[in-house]
Design a protein around this ligand. Structure first.
Ligand code: BDP
Length: 680
């Protein structure tokens, strides 16, 4: 009997331990052993959180005495902070909270320096949830929305509340200070009273963590829910409707952040429906929220069914509005000119606007990078974008510098990331996808951080114990290497050398380079982008083609324009290249393409080996989960390689080099597969 009880207890304990490593705690697994006293001269719910974090996560010397000190010193900016021995110094309560998280992180990682200061690169660091009110998440791969259940149920349960608190904590720990609670393809219903009440309640739970809430709004809301006859932004009744709506929101949520707007894009309504411009629309909304210090984030993701190269359209549309937008409007621009592809050059809009604040929009959810089935550490992609030189004001005008206020001394700065968060127990579907949420926050706070350091921090906090340096060589090093290579591996087996958007229709997971459909708009098909023919491959955006290169400043314009100087990673983005064209390594285009695809597949095979060696160094539950995802990735990388090489071979009419593994699928079978639901 005793033995049975013992066994049962052991079983329960094991089950509990296993459960504790299901990924739910993210990178916040630290637990305190030592006690700490905190001295503070004021009280607030934000400071209460800081105190609680220190009391439960303190890993410094026992019986330490930490002081919260408020200082207006010029070296501390916004919600920045300074850590000195036994002191956290900041201007604001939130600064103290961010300093607290940094201090605890440093303790966890074993960083022992006494002095450290840090200021945020962007003043608004915002997650965009593409969550629909019916509970689904557009391009979400980690379950349902954590905010919306279905159109009827607007309650917040105790479990929801606990989840929102952990969500708030996780975001605060990496410096994220804003969240847009609903999809950019917005339902007007979000602005009705019952929904606003729930938004108010969520805002209340998130406020102590420094998170402001924002909403995506539908441009025709005045008609849909306001019973007006028009949503024309110059109509006095429409303007009044928005002004009143803003007032109603701010009465409920005095620190409401503002609106995010997708207008006249992919079928969404907008000012152009009434013969007005984006400026008319944005400024009308800006007027509505400005009495309350609200902002409008107006998305530049627009493209019409037109003859013009899709990648040129946002720039063409918005450049003429430079300087015409109200002071509280910021243009939200995706990192690349197309749509979150595995690799794109940076959007020329970043270097184009002289008088309009522009904010980068990154996609944390891996819509085009293997979704939550594949391991892709996106920090390297964002770092590449932030460090791209726009040459707006000569050398050194990187995307980071032109958006974070360094160049024009602006303080109205922001950055957004499309969240990958859902109701899955581990939040993001793939354990390693948590690293992307983490990396977005860290880069939004400090856009000079290196992906390598971000990966290092994340790995240790997510998988290791406190200052567990014994696993540096055996675990941290190989796992970090895998993460840092992962995005390039995806580029290699999906779209190397500047290829883009050759996905299967709709789901954007697998390959369909053959996808051509005259019934839908051309720029939603694959053949529009790769333009394979008997001569060669790629989209000619040089002067002799669509001339998208002209949107970039010199010397980039000439560099991209000339086939011989164009960086090879953008080759097929800017040029239609003959199959026989020699690349810098001496290989012709066809041969190089084959090797790139093959390299990508081999890289994933190596990730599998790397991870399998980690068995025993990480808890079994997360080990198995990652192992199983890597198997899927390995299979699907093979599919990408086979599909693209077999299809492009029908144009190149050349052999796949004989030292490369042969395709294992038939082209026809892959064409059928790409249409099957089970593949999504
Ligand atoms: C595309 C997505 C689509 C989004 C759109 C956007 O496929 O679901 O609505 O971007 O950013 O990448 O508005």
């Amino acid at each position: 009997m005793k033995r049975t009880i013992y066994l049962v207890l052991t079983f329960i304990a094991c089950a509990y331990l296993a459960k504790a490593e299901d990924g739910h705690e993210l990178w916040l697994r630290g637990k305190s052993a030592a006690s700490v006293q905190i001295q503070h001269s004021r009280k607030s719910s934000v400071l209460d959180i800081a105190i609680n974090e220190l009391k439960t996560g303190w890993l410094g010397k026992n019986e330490a005495n930490i002081k919260f000190e408020f200082s207006q010193h010029a070296s501390i900016k916004g919600d920045g902070f300074r850590l000195e021995q036994d002191k956290i110094i900041a201007r604001t309560d939130l600064g103290i909270l961010y300093g607290t998280y940094e201090l605890l992180r440093r303790q966890y990682l074993g960083k022992t320096d006494d002095h450290f200061s840090s200021n945020p690169s962007y003043s608004r660091r915002i997650l965009n949830h593409w969550d629909n009110l019916d509970g689904s998440v557009e391009r979400g791969y980690a379950g349902q929305s954590i905010f919306w259940k279905n159109d009827q149920d607007l309650t917040i349960s105790k479990a929801d509340e606990a989840l929102y608190q952990l969500y708030g904590r996780a975001n605060a720990s990496i410096g994220i200070n804003g969240t847009v609670l609903n999809n950019v393809n917005a339902s007007a219903k979000i602005l009705t009273a019952p929904y606003l009440k729930k938004v108010q309640a969520i805002a209340g739970i998130l406020r102590p963590y420094g998170l402001k809430v924002y909403l995506s709004v539908n441009f025709s809301s005045p008609v849909t829910i306001g019973k007006l006859k028009t949503a024309d932004p110059l109509d006095p009744l429409v303007r009044k409707w928005w002004a009143n709506k803003a007032k109603e929101i701010y009465q409920l949520i005095p620190d409401f952040g503002g609106f995010l707007v997708k207008a006249n894009s992919e079928g969404q309504p907008g000012p152009q429906d009434f013969g007005r411009t984006h400026v008319d629309g944005a400024n009308m909304m800006a007027d509505a929220v400005s009495p309350f210090n609200g902002i409008v984030m107006w998305r530049a993701f627009v493209y019409q069914t037109s003859e013009q190269d899709r990648t040129k359209q946002a720039y063409t549309e918005f450049l003429r509005y430079d300087g015409k937008l109200k002071k509280n409007v910021i243009l939200q621009v995706k990192n690349g000119p197309l749509d979150f592809q595995p690799r794109e050059p940076f959007s020329a809009l970043f270097g184009a606007m002289n008088q309009t604040p522009v904010m980068p929009e990154f996609q944390i959810t891996q819509e085009y990078l293997g979704q939550s089935k594949q391991l892709a550490f996106l920090s390297t992609l964002w770092e590449e974008c932030l460090n791209s030189d726009t040459y707006q004001k000569g050398k050194g005008s990187t995307v980071a510098v032109v958006t974070d206020g360094t160049q024009d001394k602006s303080t109205f700065t922001a950055i957004a990331g499309v969240a990958n968060i859902g109701s899955d127990r581990n939040w993001t579907g793939h354990i390693f996808a948590q690293a992307n949420w983490y990396a977005f926050g860290r880069l939004a706070w400090n856009n000079q951080l290196k992906s390598e350091d971000i990966a290092d921090e994340w790995i240790r906090q997510t998988f290791l114990g406190v200052r567990e340096n014994a696993k540096d060589q055996s675990f941290v090093k190989p796992v970090k290497k895998m993460m840092l290579e992962s995005r390039e591996a995806i580029v290699n087996y999906m779209m190397p050398l500047g290829l883009h958007h050759i996905f299967a229709e709709g789901h954007h997971y697998g390959p369909a380079p053959w996808f051509a459909n005259t019934k839908i708009r051309a720029d939603w098909t694959s053949v529009y982008y790769h333009k394979a023919d008997l001569e060669g491959l790629g989209f000619n955006r040089s002067q002799s083609g669509s001339n998208a290169v002209a949107q970039y400043h010199e010397p980039l314009r000439s560099r991209f324009d000339d086939l011989n100087t164009c960086p090879e990673e953008y080759l097929l983005w800017f040029h239609h290249v003959p199959w026989t064209y020699r690349l810098r390594n001496g290989q012709d285009l066809w041969t190089a393409l084959c090797y790139r695809y093959d390299t990508g597949v081999q890289q994933v095979r190596d990730f599998q080996k790397t991870w399998d060696k980690m068995h025993g160094l990480v808890d079994e539950e997360r080990f198995m989960a990652v192992q199983s995802k890597l198997r899927i990735q390995s299979r699907d990388a093979q599919i990408w390689k086979d599909a693209c090489l077999l299809y492009f071979q029908t144009f190149s009419k050349r052999e796949i080099p004989f030292d490369i593994e042969r395709p294992v699928h038939d082209l026809d079978a892959l064409k059928t597969l790409s249409k099957s639901k089970s593949y999504e």
